[in-house]
Ligand binder design. Structure first.
Ligand code: PHE
Length: 437
């Protein structure tokens, strides 16, 4: 069966699956810690600007291409390129995206493995009633325990592969429908906890006071890269999901809903963590361990912390799962076109990612490099080409018909964003971070 024969049950299921892809470790783990590293407010502002001006238009473009092509990213882009009497070489953008997806999966599954380890630790009460110092050193000892990390990383990769092998259209929709609201509910609960027990106003100031002197070229690049990462853009995940998008319903509103949910969840995660960081004398710039240190500290002091900790880290693992399946799916859909059985392609691709994950566990530099190259370089460049493709290569008549939002102001604004704003923005940020401007 090819992708073209399958559709989501409804537009709502698509929203949940795409939101499941978008909402993940990027929101709960990465956003708070990079905001911490790059100094807060001004960084958040640039990130929000990138979501609105670049992320949302590119997401509409990706879904449109997927739905119009009704195939994996490589074939969808090649087909539309050919139909527009231009080149089918545009498929290369999809192919690079597939590789980027696997590269992300390599370090993503390691972090998701940490979350699984913390589920186990919560259940066993490892950090309950522990001191701040003990909790901090607990995380560093996990990082130096390679076999422990390998077990969890392997388990997470295996679970991801089993879901993808079972097919996306069935199962995932149902799962995210139940899980996403629970995740949101628990984040709100934690927000309440940090309101009561944390230094909430210090957290607010940190996240929303804009001090532009802290905004380096590097910070802007990371903010833009993260906008792509958190919305799952620039590598074909959303495009692959778009191939199953039913009917001709308008894409614009759908994307606004996904973008808003993703952004709110990131901001809530930040506001649930920073007040606790400040109240416990930790530093916001403490890097990837931020979530694995601040939250256990909160749970250690909390009535029912054992229960909440278990639930919270389970949900983080689940949020990671609903994202990781979309990292593998584009490659699987592509191989399906050549008649490769889903099970074989899924386990083959997951196997490659698994090997890369081992490298990440053993060499921290590999982890950092994969994270940096994918989010800050590959995804923005992928997004740039998708914007150019839909903005300049495809005729306006085709895009207008496919995107189903009429030809009014919103359509015009979207096209301007794709033709000028997104490409110029991405290029400027690159040149700036290369210190060329
Ligand atoms: N958006 C996911 C997150 O925020 C990560 C991701 C990136 C998933 C790219 C798919 C594609 O965690």
């Amino acid at each position: 069966m090819t992708t073209a024969n399958v559709t989501w049950k409804s537009r709502w299921t698509f929203i949940l699956a795409a939101t499941g892809s978008a909402v993940g470790l990027g929101n709960i783990w990465k956003f708070p810690y990079i905001t911490g590293e790059y100094g807060g407010g001004a960084f958040v502002l640039v990130y929000l600007g990138c979501i609105l001006l670049i992320g949302v238009p590119v997401m509409i473009a990706e879904i449109m291409v997927g739905r119009a092509g009704r195939s994996d990213p490589v074939h969808s882009m090649a087909k539309l390129g050919r139909e527009a009497d231009k080149s089918s070489y545009w498929g290369v953008v999809g192919a690079v995206g597939i590789i980027a997806g696997l590269m992300i999966m390599m370090f993503y599954s390691v972090v998701a493995g940490w979350a699984l380890e913390y589920v186990a630790q919560s259940v066993m009460g490892t950090y309950s009633a522990a001191s701040t110092d003990e909790i901090e050193s607990n995380f560093s000892s996990l990082l130096s325990n390679n076999s422990q990390q390998t077990i969890w990383h392997s388990l997470f990769t295996l679970i991801t592969a089993s879901v993808v092998a079972g097919g996306v259209a069935k199962g995932i929709g149902k799962a995210v429908e139940i899980l996403m609201p629970i995740l949101f509910g628990f984040l709100l609960l934690l927000l309440g906890y940090s309101w009561v027990n944390g230094d909430f106003s210090a957290g607010l100031h940190f996240m929303f006071d804009t001090d532009f002197s802290k905004l380096t070229g590097e910070a802007i690049l990371v903010a833009m890269g993260h906008a792509f990462f958190t919305l799952s853009l620039g590598m074909g995940a959303i495009m692959a999901y778009g191939a199953y998008f039913p009917g001709k319903t308008s894409i614009g509103k759908t994307v606004l809903a996904i973008g808003a949910l993703d952004t709110v969840i990131a901001l809530v995660a930040g506001m649930a963590m920073f007040p606790l960081v400040f109240a416990n004398g930790l530093t916001p710039g403490q890097g990837p361990g931020l979530m694995f240190v601040t939250l256990p500290i909160a749970f250690a002091n909390m009535n029912g912390g054992l229960f909440f900790g278990t639930i919270f880290f389970s949900l983080v693992s689940i949020a990671a799962l609903s994202s990781s399946i979309s990292l593998i799916e584009p490659g699987v859909a592509w191989l399906e076109k050549y008649g490769v059985k889903r099970t074989l392609s899924t386990f083959g691709l997951a196997g490659i990612a698994w090997l890369g994950g081992l490298a990440c566990i053993h060499y921290g530099a590999v982890f950092d490099a994969l994270d940096y190259i994918t989010a800050n370089i590959m995804l923005p460049i992928g997004g740039l080409f998708i914007a150019l493709f839909v903005g300049w290569v495809l005729p306006a008549d085709t895009t207008a018909a496919e995107v189903s939002m009429g030809r009014g102001l919103i359509f015009k604004a979207w096209r301007i964003a794709l033709r000028y704003i997104a490409p110029a923005g991405i290029l400027l940020v690159f040149l700036n971070s290369l210190k060329l401007i």
